[in-house]
Design a protein around this ligand. Structure first.
Ligand code: PMP
Ligand code: GLN
Length: 384
């Protein structure tokens, strides 16, 4: 493997799911639901397959029905208007959207600011694009991991080209506030930066927290590439359907990279997701309520077991601090956890440039059935 990729090895998610498979431990590591998305949407995929819709290469930017559904979703939820013909692009999951956006927008040597801890594909894709990653660390403050606006400002240099933002944020569960997003926007406008905004957990916000798309702030629509995912929103992580919304010039740029990565993806699933995006608001409300109950169960169980719990306002992850258990090395802790407690979790350290900063933090996914979470909680009690 080339020197740009050498530091990345195997993604932690594959590693931890393999550990779960090997040990039979409950997998609260990799973030995927253990309940599939709505049956009617699975039926829609079957119908598309049977009727011969999407069994051959779909149109390069995605099928028109799905592009229209994405545009309608952004308009309905956020009053954001995108032209489905020129300003929406369907991708092979959000993962490809991230890769294609970075490959399209970053020149070798450009600085890309990313919130740390960052989702692991960010670092790898910045490297593949030849960019320089510049982390800005979210740190615990008032019970949540928050952005330090002065640090963000200080991170911008003349070489900075892209701000890579993620809200709701994996792995911390932070939902950036209007105040934080306004500061990000002001900085982007002041320095004329492009923004890639990963909003795959847009529907998973709790306790009155509000997901505010960065593109909805003044001056931002014209410079923001927004990324969404059917994997997260409809619990079909195996389908790999994602999308980008952005002004035409940016979509054209992302498309120019995307066409040589996968060209197109999964035709029949695109038809099904076009239907999913038109589910009534009650689907999204029920989905959120279900995940909130799961969060509450796991958060209480982890606190009982002795972890410090950073209660997430969004996503389906809880970041804990293991120091109250007398531990300080999250990676070693996670490697030993299957044997000690029959549970798999993810060490946040792998999402940091400064691994020492992330060492005591460990992430647990709660997108699992209640009975599975109850069993995990019972097992984790033995740690105390
Ligand atoms: N961004 C974030 C923040 C994620 O957590 C994930 C998936 N876990 C992705 C992107 C990738 O999404 P997809 O599965 O649609 O490729
Ligand atoms: N996004 C998921 C997580 O954070 C995993 C995605 C993956 O395995 N690539 O756990």
């Amino acid at each position: 493997v080339n020197s740009r990729l050498a530091e990345f090895g195997t993604t932690i998610f594959a590693e931890m799911s393999a550990l779960a498979a090997r040990t039979g431990a409950i997998n609260l590591g990799q973030g995927f639901p253990d309940t599939d998305g709505p049956e009617e949407i699975r039926e829609a995929a079957v119908r598309a397959l049977r009727d011969g819709r999407g069994n051959q290469y779909p149109l390069a930017p995605g099928i028109p029905e799905l592009r229209l559904a994405v545009a309608d979703h952004q308009a309905h939820r956020y009053a954001l208007s995108y032209d489905p013909d020129t300003e929406v692009l369907v991708t092979a999951g959000a993962t490809e959207a991230i890769a294609a956006a970075l490959l399209a927008l970053v020149e070798p040597g450009d600085g890309v600011i990313a919130l740390e801890p960052y989702y692991d594909s960010y670092a790898a894709c910045i490297a593949m694009a030849g960019g320089k990653r510049v982390p800005v660390t979210l740190r615990p403050r008032d019970g949540a991991f928050r952005l330090d606006l002065d640090e963000l400002r200080d991170a911008v240099t003349p070489r900075t080209r892209v701000l890579l933002i993620n809200t709701p944020h994996n792995p911390t569960g932070t939902v950036l506030t209007r105040e934080e997003l306004t500061a990000v926007a002001a900085l982007a406008v002041e320095h004329d930066l492009l923004v890639i905004s990963d909003e795959v957990y847009e529907h998973l916000v709790f306790d009155g927290a509000e997901h505010i798309p960065l593109a909805s702030l003044p001056g931002m629509r014209e410079r923001t590439v927004t990324i969404g995912s059917a994997g997260k929103t409809f619990s079909f992580t195996g389908w790999k359907v994602g999308w980008v919304t952005a002004p035409a010039a940016l979509v054209t740029a992302v498309r120019s990279a995307k066409q040589f990565l996968t060209y197109v993806s999964s035709g029949p699933f695109q038809y099904a997701i076009a239907e999913a995006l038109r589910l009534p608001d009650s689907y999204f409300e029920d989905f959120r309520a279900d995940m909130r109950a799961k969060r509450d169960l796991l958060a209480a169980g982890l606190a009982d077991a002795g972890f410090t719990v950073h209660r997430p306002a969004g996503t389906y992850f809880i970041t804990t601090d293991i120091r109250p258990l007398g531990e300080s090395d999250g990676l070693a802790f996670c490697l030993g956890l299957p044997e000690r407690a029959g549970v798999v979790a993810v060490p946040n350290a792998v999402f940091y440039d400064n691994r020492a900063e992330g060492a005591p933090f460990v992430r647990f996914a709660f997108c699992k059935r209640i009975a599975v979470l109850e069993e995990a909680v019972a097992r984790l009690k033995s740690l105390g």
